[in-house]
Write a protein that binds this ligand. Structure first.
Ligand code: PNW
Length: 503
């Protein structure tokens, strides 16, 4: 009898981070500036006074952080490469910074020596500032994709002998919308945000979205053509997106609103990238000429850029309510209101330590099932996690007893098991966000997502209870029994696996 919350014996799990949120050392060893360096130093501050100049000082303390990974029993580690650390000016004819390459080589080698599988994100929001200055960065569809392809080539060439798991982009929706529609993330462009002096919310996010889609596709096509056969790795993309329920479950207009909202969130990128199809119809209908077209050549590039997996970043769910009037020119949600309570006043889930996130594991199961049904690719959950209520105000000793986070992890793992065992979704791995408390972008250092407490004065790290419990949860759910069974069936494959470090 399969245990209902059982996960597959070969399920892969670990923790995730991103370069600008943890590395610090922004001036060290020849690194160039990214748009986040610039954004975090604007006056008045748009990041609560915080910046990544030091962050967790991971650049200097990475060995200590990998010791944590080993202690936590992680099999895999997802991190991102800072583009401007390896190509300070970013462009295809700009010089490579060997000191930056050497840092990632040390990191990768140290992971492998510990038996931890590296998962590398090429782009986690930190565009080289020089490209933004040179031609508008992501606003320039033709230039940006060529520079991204060269950056991807450099990474495949230098790291691909040891890195077998690639993620091109992290959350292109957030890059486009937060960076160019609301302006709350770098480069902070917007025509609806009083802090922004430049930008056009009605057009720029849609142009940026196309740049990201084409850049992703060029990196994947390159991998498929020139590296896949020899390096034998896999490549995909991480898309964010909440699950939406209708605000009034009886109202067909709200049902349509929930579906439309998910198309604006995920279909925007998933249609071209996973289906090699045009943007969702509801987006064409609403955005008209403002949504760029794909040429026949671009469609053939998209078809050639087939990915191996769908990287899912999932945190929460919301209710969608239809709007009766026509959408405004600056709308990017699909003409819906987003709410955390439905028409009966029922909350979508339990509050966390950040306003936008309520814990909704039942919606996670629906989300996994829906995404698998629509896009038919194995899913890796590349981010999932939360801050505990009140955690921003806690002392270290209070913060390490993170029972809310433990429950969040436990219930979300249950949801994955249900999606696999009961809904036949294919989910192959899980990365908790995050290994460490770190720079939470425009929210600064107050919002803590880590399974490790970071003291930002001393930079001392202290494991929270959730780090230990997560390991136990995976041990139970990937069960010794299941492992034994598999061993009997396929002893050769098991013997070739290196032993995992244990806490
Ligand atoms: C993700 N939202 O961003 C990012 O990939 C991480 O770098 C980040 O630290 C993590 O989630 C936690 O926030 C998001 O408002 C930021 O819905 C905001 C939202 C979603 C994802």
């Amino acid at each position: 009898m399969p245990i209902p919350n059982q996960l597959p014996h070969d399920f892969e799990w670990g923790f995730a981070t991103a370069a600008y949120q943890i590395e610090g050392a922004v001036d060290k060893d020849g690194r160039g500036k990214s748009i986040w360096d610039t954004f975090c130093h604007l006056e008045p501050s748009r990041t609560k006074g915080a910046n990544g100049d030091i962050a967790c000082d991971h650049y200097n303390r990475y060995e200590e952080d990998l010791d944590l990974l080993s202690a936590y029993g992680a099999q895999a580690y997802r991190f991102s490469i800072s583009w401007s650390r390896v190509i300070p000016l970013g462009g295809r004819n700009d010089p490579v910074n060997e000191a930056g390459i050497a840092f990632y080589n040390r990191l990768i080698d140290s992971l492998i020596a510990r038996g931890v599988t590296p998962w590398v994100t090429l782009y986690h929001w930190d565009l080289p500032q020089a490209l933004h200055d040179r031609y508008g960065g992501w606003l320039n569809v033709e230039e940006s994709q060529q520079d991204f392809e060269r950056y991807a080539r450099l990474c495949f060439e230098r790291f691909g002998d040891r890195v077998k798991n690639w993620i091109t982009l992290n959350e292109p929706w957030i890059v486009s919308i937060f960076g160019y529609a609301t302006g709350i993330n770098a480069p902070g462009r917007s025509s609806i945000n009083k802090d922004a002096s430049e930008g056009d919310t009605s057009t720029e996010p849609w142009i940026v979205g196309k740049s990201l889609i084409m850049s992703h596709a060029r990196a994947v096509r390159l991998y498929n053509r020139e590296f896949r056969a020899s390096q034998k790795g896999v490549i995909g993309i991480s898309l964010n997106g909440d699950y939406y329920e209708p605000w009034n479950a009886e109202d067909d207009r709200d049902k349509a609103a929930a579906e439309r909202r998910m198309q604006f969130h995920i279909g925007w990128f998933a249609n071209p990238i996973l289906l090699a199809k045009d943007y969702p119809e509801c987006m064409r209908e609403q955005l008209g000429e403002r949504l760029p077209q794909f040429s026949a050549d671009e469609f053939s590039l998209l078809r050639e850029a087939e990915v191996d997996f769908y990287g899912m970043n999932y945190y929460t769910a919301q209710f969608a309510r239809h709007r009766s009037g026509p959408p405004s020119e600056t709308d990017f949600l699909g003409n819906v209101d987003e709410l955390q309570e439905n028409s009966d006043g029922v909350s979508i889930g339990e509050r966390s330590g950040v306003h936008w996130l309520r814990s909704c594991p039942d919606k996670f199961r629906k989300h996994l099932t829906r995404i698998y049904r629509l896009y038919q690719k194995p899913i890796y959950v590349t981010e999932n996690g939360c801050p505990c209520p009140g955690e921003d105000k806690m002392t270290r000793d209070e913060a390490v007893r993170d029972t809310y986070r433990i429950k969040y992890f436990e219930t979300h793992l249950d949801a994955i098991a249900q999606a696999i065992n009961q809904d036949a979704a294919v989910v192959k791995g899980y990365f908790a966000w995050s290994l460490l408390d770190n720079l939470e972008w425009s929210d600064g250092f107050g919002v803590r997502f880590g399974v490790t407490y970071t003291d930002y004065d001393t930079l001392e790290r202290t494991p929270k209870l959730s780090a230990r419990v997560l390991k136990q949860l995976f041990e139970e759910r990937m069960g010794r029994q299941a492992q034994k069974l598999c061993q009997e069936q396929d002893s050769r494959a098991y013997q070739s696996e290196s032993p995992k470090p244990r806490m």
